[in-house]
Design a protein around this ligand. Sequence first.
Ligand code: NDP
Ligand code: MG
Length: 383
Amino acid sequence: MNLAILGATGSIGSSTLDVVARHRDRYQVFALSAQNSAEALLALCRVHRPRYAVLAGLRPDAKLAADFRSHGTELLFGAEALEQVATDSRCDVAMAAIVGAAGLASTLAAARAGKRVLLANKEALVMAGPLLMRAAREGAATIVPVDSEHNAVFQCLSDAKAVRRIVLTASGGPFRAAPLESLDAVTPAQACAHPTWVMGRKISVDSATMMNKGLEVIEARWLFDLPAAAIEVVIHPQSIVHSLVEYVDGSLIAQLSNPDMRVPIAYALGYPERIASGAQPLDLTAMKQLTFERPDERRFPCLRLAYRALERGGTAPALLNAANEVAVDAFLAGRLPFTSIARVIADTLEAVPAAEASDLGAVMAADREARRAAAACVLAVAA
Ligand code: NDP
Ligand code: MG
């Protein structure tokens, strides 16, 4: 099977390559991409020898191209090249592991082209859930969720008609138990120090605000075609139970493993078969306890904002996503206090009316407008 990994230099990208390296007989790396980490991408190409590499954020550069060519890899430049490799007739599987809205176009293109799409880029579904699911139906693509919660639900689903609700678990992030007054002074390093998962910076901040779970509720709504009322969130600090499905008979089915993204990645790669992931097996008797608690809305206002955007529909989730990306960037750059992230998102949703999300153009227009409004909100908060 030929595999394109979009976002190869990231956290999901490197876990994917780790699993792939355990199954050389099964997977060939066809293409790898990064935004502008040329050195890191070249190092990956030396090991994995893909046909193509893409630097989505760079303009053509003959010297760089020659470096890649010396390892047998053709280097492409610019965001359009992401779609080119993901839809290439020789590519069977696309791992969508770009972070944020930047991953939408290539994910959508891979779905339209009927590829097997391993979906880590949750922002694509948040922005354009109905469009992406329709593209997959029309293109006869298979979307296998990589996000650990959705991968767990996917694994636990047997009779979709008989589902009463799904329960997405959340770790609660690094500030689950911190005094509320201390959150104003939180630094990017503290927010990115996740207690159970090692991830990219954006999703780490999203986990600290719990916007990550809000995005995941929207992701689940479209992946599993369930109303928001049937999607519940509970905090489970140990990150062992990755999510649960409850059926009409009262059975609750869960998927458990150590918190290691290679487990859902290996499942998505191998589906419907199971393949080794390299993760440590779970030692049940070494586990002290598994606890579950309700999220505190005052501590995690982003969760409610996400449910509200989902209820409002149309482009509202795309507005929410864009405002969140702008606010998280500003926080990581030291321009916005942690506790103002939710504020910027709420103000943006107030300022920009949601419209019909009829096509990709409408979604991208909403994304641009929300980014402008959110940037203004950041300045207003900082002033
Ligand atoms: P990282 O920040 O670690 O990696 C992001 C990757 O995307 C890098 O390869 C980066 O390239 C590339 N990239 C960044 N911006 C752009 C852009 N504008 N255009 C093209 N490529 C770009 O992110 P993660 O691996 O943590 O997350 C990836 C996705 O997976 C996110 O949507 C996240 O929500 C989701 N996810 C991640 C999990 C995790 O454990 N990390 C768990 C569940 C979901 P470069 O190196 O050049 O910047
Ligand atoms: Mg997740």
